[in-house]
Write a protein that binds this ligand. Structure first.
Ligand SMILES: Cc1cc2nc3c(=O)[nH]c(=O)nc-3n(C[C@H](O)[C@H](O)[C@H](O)COP(=O)(O)OP(=O)(O)OC[C@H]3O[C@@H](n4cnc5c(N)ncnc54)[C@H](O)[C@@H]3O)c2cc1C
Length: 452
């Protein structure tokens, strides 16, 4: 199909929309990216309010991004992105266990979300045939009856402007969590799209800061939630000689006032990290965000989907942000779209939704299982989830003593390997081995806390 079809329109210029545009360029003569925000300032923008919070790109996302945009890592680093060796520069506490990592296993590229998106956006804008139509709200789909989507209706944001129609051979919804395609389809008479939803009510609060010159806390400190304490934090070095501190909690709202924010961070941060936070120079306000639920739309289960439509990113499946999967999953979805385009135009919509559902299964199950390990989250815990969560706890405990287990664990949560990799005999044996006296790494973490 590459190079044959005429026009594709992408709705939304967030990470998923940009990656979809990259997948489509070359397969369509023209690709139009429609976006409601008018300007890019390099700061978090209105259409992507989550851009003020820490955004970690998982290793698999890093790989795919470099494949899509050769040299992008170098470009990010040239622009100020922080390069970290997780084995040396990161401090990770998962499930209450401080994980040990080997130096030199991989390198992490750390940036803010607006910076990363800005670099990717420039790369996409330079692709042949791609243009941006900004300052426009997508307000509906155009169809030629029930069988085919033929474009979109958009409303320019400038006062008094008239609605416009953009005709296209393919429409890609990348409008994020608020994307309305499922409702538009219903309004056009299609059956409703089945969905799965887990209420998590995650509250976020974040602030950029500059550490004192003598602060020594490495390049990222991540403390994940655990059963009984469903709160977490990430303190991440990013471009501009800054750190971004994000705190989050399930079923709670981290405070946006100075004292409350610090008290929340103090509950989670190792003592030396909290001291660095307390002594740091704040570089902006404390931003908050509320994320209600994990949400997966099962378009692949709809029998009568119109051709000419695909959905990607958070509009298709949105994950509890605590697990940092969203941008990497958008990369995986763009890869799926590329493969489907390579196989030709026939039945593209159905083939895409089937293939992308398979790609989503592992990250979705991992996120949902992790959420259900928290007693605060409501949902059915079948035997498979219970066994999996008990086992993951053992893996995390083993990963606090054994760098091989830790590397395998990070490859799975980094979406480089499937969860089944944790069941390899070499990992099983170490995870299930009895732990000697004093071997429970959680005790160490508690002592660290008590000293704060
Ligand atoms: C607090 C928080 C922290 C997160 N942390 C991480 C992390 O650490 N790592 C990670 O990988 N992911 C993280 N995520 C998830 C990540 O932000 C998204 O999954 C990822 O960016 C993909 O989003 P998207 O492009 O689908 O949607 P969005 O980023 O929401 O972009 C949607 C775009 O569509 C535009 N748009 C919406 N409606 C319309 C319309 N009607 N007309 C025109 N344009 C429209 C918006 O302006 C926006 O530009 C986090 C999310 C949250 C909420």
């Amino acid at each position: 199909m590459r190079g044959n079809a005429e026009h594709a329109v992408v709705l939304g210029a967030g990470m998923a929309g940009l990656l979809a545009a990259r997948a489509l360029a070359g397969a369509y003569e023209r690709v139009t990216v429609v976006e409601r925000d008018e300007t890019w300032t390099g700061r978090a923008r209105k259409g992507v309010p989550q851009g003020r919070h820490a955004h970690i790109l998982l290793p698999r996302g890093q790989q795919i991004l470099e494949k899509f945009f050769p040299g992008v890592e170098r470009e990010l680093i040239g622009g100020g992105a922080v390069v970290a060796d997780p084995g040396v520069d990161h401090h990770f506490v998962m499930g209450g266990h401080r994980l040990v990592r080997r130096a030199g296993a991989e390198r992490a590229i750390q940036t803010t979300r607006p910076f990363l998106e800005g670099v990717v956006r420039e790369r996409v804008a330079a692709l042949p045939g791609v243009r941006f139509a900004c300052g426009r709200d997508v307000v509906g789909l155009l169809t030629d009856g029930p069988g085919r989507v033929t474009g979109v209706q958009v409303m320019p944001r400038n006062v008094g402007a008239a609605a416009e129609e953009i005709r296209a051979d393919l429409v890609v919804d990348a409008m994020g969590r608020g994307g309305r395609t499922r409702y538009w389809l219903e309004r056009l008479g299609h059956e409703s799209v089945p969905k799965e939803e887990i209420d998590v009510a995650v509250g976020y609060a974040s602030r950029p800061m500059r550490l004192a010159l003598d602060a020594r806390i490495g390049k990222a400190v991540v403390v994940g939630p655990r059963p009984g304490r469903p709160k977490g934090m990430a303190m991440v070095a990013v471009e501009g000689d800054r750190y971004l501190l994000t705190v989050a909690g399930l079923d709670c709202r981290p405070p946006a006032d100075e004292d409350g924010f610090l008290a929340f961070a103090r509950e989670l941060a190792p003592p030396e990290v909290f001291e660095a936070i307390r002594a740091a120079e704040p570089l902006g306000d404390i931003a908050t965000h509320r994320y209600s639920s994990d949400l997966r739309n099962h378009y692949e289960r709809v029998r009568s989907l119109p051709e000419g439509l695909v959905v990607t990113g958070d509009a298709l499946c949105s994950f509890n942000p605590i697990y940092a999967q969203g941008m990497t999953v958008a990369c995986l979805e763009a890869e799926v779209l590329c493969r489907c385009l390579d196989a030709g135009p026939r039945g593209l919509t159905r083939r895409y939704f089937r293939a992308v559902a398979k790609a989503l299964n592992d990250p979705w199950r991992m996120a949902v299982a992790a959420d259900l390990s928290m007693p605060e989250v409501e949902g059915r815990r079948g035997p498979a989830v219970k066994v999996m969560n008990a086992y993951v706890d053992r893996v995390q405990a083993a990963a606090s003593r054994d760098a091989d287990v830790a590397e395998q664990f990070f490859r799975v949560v980094g979406l480089l390997d499937p969860p089944a990799a944790l069941m390899r005999p070499s990992i099983l044996v170490r995870a299930l081995a009895p732990v000697g006296r004093g071997g429970d790494s959680r005790a160490g973490v508690r002592e660290e806390r008590a000293a704060v």
